[in-house]
Design a protein around this ligand. Structure first.
Ligand SMILES: Cc1c(Cl)c([N+](=O)[O-])nn1CC(=O)Nc1ccc(S(N)(=O)=O)cc1
Ligand SMILES: [Zn+2]
Length: 289
């Protein structure tokens, strides 16, 4: 079985090759904000990236990623739940097909299933001061997610080694919400034509991924795993609460990527997200200032 996102090799089959898929700290999860427990010891996160670390953008057949030079502490993430310095390794995206949501993590069951703005609205029950409940409809909104992947360079000597340790990796998740086109994301979506087929790569330099972060760095944090095989349980997740915007034309460009190599019968990478996994008693800590 070569794993993927289709009916015959998708997330429900991954346990056949990667038994850890049924482990105790699998990701993504549905973040139930009311059950999240505030931890006063948690501090702000502090990303500190050098644009010269960016090297290449590639299509690995199940996502598109920008890879960074992680030979030294040039681009790092510190603070928040992290003990020590985590070095930036790569960023990549997950998305859904036009009629389902691809944000991987969900918040209060909302996989940010909004289609175009206004098409699909989330109902919100509001209890007014004198106890009546009324329904307000808000347009909810992320069709996609950005993952910023770091590894614990204080304790381990490589990404490969860190990926096998319980505190080895730190991944920051940023929800992308349908709305205005994002000029910073344009730098990435404009390069996708050059890497349409699986295995293709192109130079991608002078890029600081902080430009894709929202104004507020409020986050939820919990202990989880890679959301893609080998599903290693080595990730401290930092899920930002505030989404950034992406327009549907930019999102469509991700869906034009191929999960097949040049010369093979083309198959489009229409979705590449794993559904939420069981919490199995884990605690989620919100950090809001
Ligand atoms: C497992 C591994 C090793 Cl070890 C190496 N390597 O080069 O040493 N590369 N990979 C592949 C990798 O990075 N996968 C990965 C999967 C999911 C995610 S996600 N969505 O953010 O959970 C982040 C990364
Ligand atoms: Zn990811």
């Amino acid at each position: 079985l070569h794993w993927g996102y289709d009916e015959h090799n998708g997330p429900s089959h991954w346990k056949e090759v990667f038994p850890v898929a049924n482990g105790d700290r699998q990701s993504p999860i549905d973040i139930k904000t009311t059950e999240a427990k505030y931890d006063p010891s948690l501090r702000p996160i502090s990303p500190n990236y050098d644009p010269t670390s960016a090297k290449v953008i590639l299509n690995n057949g199940h996502s598109t990623s920008v890879e960074f030079d992680d030979a030294e502490n040039k681009s790092v993430l510190i603070g928040g739940p992290l003990a020590g310095t985590y070095r930036l390794r790569q960023i990549h995206f997950h998305w859904g097909s036009s009629d389902d949501a691809g944000s991987e993590h969900a918040v209060d069951g909302m996989k940010y299933a909004a289609e175009e703005p206004g098409e699909m609205e989330c109902k919100e029950l509001i209890v007014t001061s004198h106890g009546e409940t009324k329904v307000s409809s808000t347009s909810c909104g992320a069709q996609e997610v950005l993952h910023v992947v770091h590894w614990n360079a204080d304790r381990y000597s490589s990404f490969v080694e860190a990926a096998r340790q319980p505190d080895g990796l730190a991944v920051m998740a940023v929800f992308l919400k349908i709305g205005e086109c994002n000029p910073q994301l344009k730098k990435i979506t404009d390069r996708l034509d050059a890497i349409r087929a699986k295995g293709k790569r192109a130079l991608f330099t002078n890029f600081d991924p902080s430009c894709l972060l929202p104004r507020s760095l409020d986050y939820w944090t919990y202990f989880g795993s890679l959301t893609v095989p080998p599903l290693l349980e080595s990730v401290v997740w930092i899920v930002l609460r505030e989404p950034i915007s992406v327009c549907s034309e930019q999102l469509a460009k991700f869906r034009s990527l191929l999960c097949t190599g040049e010369g093979e019968a083309a198959c489009y990478l229409l979705r590449n997200y794993r559904p939420p996994q069981p919490l199995k008693g884990r605690e989620i800590n919100p950090v809001v200032w």
